[in-house]
Design a protein around this ligand. Sequence first.
Ligand code: MF3
Ligand code: CO
Length: 253
Amino acid sequence: MISIKSDREIELMREAGKLMSKTFEYLEKELRPGITTEEIDKLAYDFITKNGGYPTCLGFEGYPASICTSVNDTVVHGIPGKYKLKNGDIITLDIVVKVKGYNADAAWTYAIGDISESKKYLMEHTKKALSKGIEQVKPGNHIGDISHAVEEYAKAHHLGVVRELCGHGIGTDMHEDPDVPNFGKPGTGPKLKEGMVICIEPMLTSGERYIYIMDDDWTINTDDGKPAAHYEHTVLVTKDGYEILTPRINKEL
Ligand code: MF3
Ligand code: CO
């Protein structure tokens, strides 16, 4: 069942989204060669909880950390640990923040120091694929319109589209109906209605689209070892379009 949020619920999700934006702004200043992913995780936990939120990932189906830190060929669900970031890495921070019972979910890929042209290309076009998906959000359009826009953009730029993972509805639960795949046909799938809130999250790769799960049962890497990028926003369907509930401060999306 796809829930329609009330004005009060939307306001709470906006609040969670604002804390999310501040969390990203705070963490991105700390990203530099030498910091470990578990240090970033601790900073995230402290910042979110001090500001009245809870990092929903912590304890979710046994997940052992507050956020996901996915480096280079890790697509999603990288568990923070002893790994020290180094010049040339890319890292995705994927964070879910709950405020007064309501969640916001966002992910962003960052460059550490000087990165290769192909990583720059991957990041730029994965972010653009997210905005192409978001542009399809309005009442009367279908989930498949979003999926198709993301897939077409990714294919036109020769990037791999991970198919096993998808976006989702969100509210009191981090994952609600509907699924929001990153591939599909226009005009298919559930119809968007004012008051729905969905997470759109293209996960694109520089190489093939295939992935595998590591022995920790969480970390998902590209099969061919090529890098992956992942950008995600929580998006409200409004009367005539959309509102991004997790906007990046001082950034274009
Ligand atoms: N943002 C991720 C998602 O959409 C959250 C994963 S949290 C974890 O699925 F707990 F599953 F790691
Ligand atoms: Co998500």
